[in-house]
Ligand binder design. Structure first.
Ligand SMILES: N[C@@H](CCC(=O)N[C@@H](CS)C(=O)NCC(=O)O)C(=O)O
Length: 234
């Protein structure tokens, strides 16, 4: 049976799973769960994942949620090339470290962008003021700084931790950065303009996986417009 991926293109963890599938020709069917209409909170989806979150996979009756667990599961069961999730114990531990770090640190990009832009646009959550945004903004900035200063080693290789080829950690971390595109232009400049290593890393991924990024981001222009319109109408 074809692998089912329950998700929404607006969800960065979903797009990371789709990227791994596309990059490795893993057959899948995307089962859309519309986060903007609250489909994820209905009984039908909650029967699949009680937390009401995407992504979730159904692999011939085996149901699994949590994007980083899914990425690991697919890498191992589909026997994808080793660089995605190396078999060597220490090399694999370094990828696990990045995946754990992502969840407790870089995921702050989503927290900030949802509070500032996606919440007010899609779920009519009142627009927060600067003081309310400060904690999430501080945590996000600290995380992007760690990635720039410590997790990229371009003198060794273009991908995370200086790897010569991308891993599943590159996929999920880079998808998180896509969210910064919802921010006003000056904030995007502030975040990436002064982080040349991060910019170079994202370019290297785009070069390697360009057409797959285009596929997972196909609804992005429309979503960016909705967010920009909502911002300008206050
Ligand atoms: N830890 C989960 C987080 C997934 C997550 O945050 N999903 C969001 C979309 S990006 C979601 O489904 N949100 C709906 C909700 O929390 O109500 C994972 O990595 O899969």
């Amino acid at each position: 049976m074809t692998l089912k991926v329950y998700g929404d293109y607006v969800s960065q963890p979903t797009t990371a799973v789709l990227l791994l599938c596309l990059a490795n020709k893993i057959d899948f069917e995307l089962v859309p769960v519309n986060l903007r209409t609250g489909e994820h909170l209905g009984p039908e989806f909650k029967a699949i994942n009680p937390t009401g979150q995407v992504p979730v996979i159904d692999d011939d009756g085996f149901i699994l949620s949590e994007s980083t667990a899914i990425l690991r599961y697919l890498a191992v069961t589909r026997n994808v090339p080793d660089h995605w999730y190396p078999k060597d114990v220490k090399a694999r531990a370094r990828i696990d470290y990045l995946l754990d770090w992502y969840h407790t640190n870089l995921r702050q990009i989503a927290v900030y962008v949802i509070q500032k832009e996606l919440g007010p646009t899609f779920w009519k959550i009142p627009r927060p003021d600067e003081a309310q945004l400060k904690p999430a903004q501080g945590k996000m900035t600290a995380s992007v700084e760690i990635l720039e200063e410590f997790l990229l080693k371009p003198e060794e290789g273009p991908f995370l931790l200086g790897a010569p080829q991308p891993s599943i950690a590159d996929l999920i971390c880079s998808c998180e950065y896509t969210l910064t595109r919802y921010l006003p232009q000056e904030e995007q400049e502030e975040l990436l303009g002064r982080r040349p290593k991060t910019k170079k890393w994202l370019k290297a991924l785009e070069k390697t996986l360009g057409r797959h990024y285009s596929e997972i981001n196909k609804t992005l222009p429309e979503l960016l417009k909705l967010v920009a319109d909502a911002r300008s109408s206050g």
